[in-house]
Design a protein around this ligand. Structure first.
Ligand code: 1HE
Length: 260
C-alpha cells in the first residue's frame, strides 16, 4: 500500500515514480517530517517503480534545512538529527532504483545535499547553488561533505562554504553539479524522458551502475577491479543481459549513437 504524505507528493507514471517536495510556502525547507517522508517513500517505492524522479513544488527545489528546527537543539540532538538525514539520504542514493533530480531556483544547503544523493541531475536556468552553512554558523550535516566534493571537488565546495559564493546554473553545470542544463520549465519533461530511457535498461545493469560503480570508485584499484569482475559476471549471467546481447548480434537492437 502507498503511504500517505503531508509534505511530499507521489505520482506514478508506468515505471517512473515522481516524488515532489511539496512545501512551497517554506521554499521546500527540509524539516523532520519531510526528511522522514522521503525515507518512508524510498523504503516503500511501488513495486513497479524502475526509476524515481525527485523535484520541488513552487519556485525553488529546496531552501535546505528548516532553520526553525535548529535554534533549540542541543549538541546531542544535533548529532542525532544529522544521522537521521544520513539514514534517509543513504536510502535515496543506495535504494533500489536510479534517481533523477530536477533542479530549479534555490538548491541550497541541505537542498544541495539532497540533490547530491540523486544519480542524475537536470537543472533549469533559474537554479542556483549555495552552501550558506558557513554564514549561518553551522556545517553541512546531510552527507554533503561526503557527496558534494565527489561532484565538484573539495576546493569549489570550500569556496562556497567559506565565502558564501553562489553558483548560477551555468556555473553549476560547468562544475559538475548538474548533468543536463535545459530551458526554464523543461526540467521535469527532460527528467521524465531520461527516466523512461533508464527504465528500459535491464534492472540489474541499473543496479550495478548506481550501487557498484560509486563504491568501486572509492576502493583501491585492486579491490575495485575484483568487485568489478564479480559485478560484471553477475550482470552478464542474467537472462536480460543474454537477451540484449543476442538482440544486438541478430540485428534487432540499436547501434551506439543511432536510434533503434
Ligand atoms: C525557511 C527557509 C529555511 C525559507 N528554513 N524557513 N538554508 C538557508 O540558509 C536558506 C534560507 N532561505 C533563503 O535564503 C531564501 O528563503 C530563499 C533564497 C531560499 C528563497 O527566497 P524567497 O524570497 O523566495 O523566500 P523567503 O521570503 O525568504 O521565504 C519564504 C518563507 O520560507 C519564509 O517564511 P514566512 O513564514 O516568513 O513566509 C521563510 O522564513 C521560509 N524559509 N527558507 C526555514 N531554510 C542537515 S544540515 C543542512 C544545513 C543547511 O541546509 S543550512 C542552509 C539553510
Amino acid at each position: 500500500m502507498t503511504p500517505s504524505f503531508q509534505l511530499l507528493r507521489l505520482e506514478t507514471d508506468g515505471p517512473v515514480v515522481h516524488l515532489r517536495l511539496n512545501r512551497p510556502d517554506k521554499r521546500n525547507a527540509l524539516n523532520e517530517t519531510l526528511v522522514r517522508e522521503l525515507q518512508t517513500a524510498f523504503v516503500n517505492l511501488p513495486k513497479e517503480a524502475r526509476v524515481a524522479v525527485l523535484s520541488g513544488e513552487g519556485a525553488h527545489f529546496s531552501a535546505g534545512l528548516d532553520l526553525s528546527e535548529v535554534t533549540e537543539q542541543s549538541v546531542a540532538e544535533g548529532i542525532l538529527h544529522s544521522r537521521k538525514w544520513h539514514a534517509a539520504f543513504d536510502l535515496i542514493q543506495y535504494g533500489p532504483v536510479p534517481v533523477i533530480a530536477v533542479l530549479h531556483g534555490a538548491v541550497v544547503g541541505g537542498g544541495l545535499e539532497l540533490a547530491a544523493t540523486a544519480h542524475l541531475r537536470v537543472a533549469e536556468p533559474s537554479a542556483f547553488y549555495g552552501l550558506p552553512e558557513g554564514q549561518r554558523g553551522i556545517f553541512v550535516g546531510g552527507s554533503g561533505s561526503a557527496r558534494i566534493p565527489r561532484l565538484m571537488g573539495v576546493s569549489r565546495m570550500t569556496d562556497m562554504m567559506l565565502t558564501g559564493r553562489v553558483f548560477d546554473a551555468a556555473e553549476g553545470q560547468a562544475a559538475g553539479l548538474s548533468n543536463y542544463l535545459v530551458g526554464e520549465g523543461e526540467g521535469l519533461a527532460k527528467a521524465m524522458e531520461l527516466a523512461r530511457k533508464v527504465a528500459s535498461n535491464a534492472p540489474l545493469s541499473n543496479y550495478a551502475i548506481t550501487q557498484a560503480l560509486p563504491r568501486i570508485a572509492e576502493m583501491a584499484p585492486a579491490e575495485g577491479l575484483f568487485v568489478e569482475s564479480l559485478m560484471s559476471a553477475i550482470a552478464q549471467g542474467d537472462e536480460a543481459a543474454k537477451q540484449r546481447v543476442r538482440d544486438f548480434l541478430e540485428k534487432r537492437a540499436g547501434k551506439v549513437g543511432k536510434a533503434s
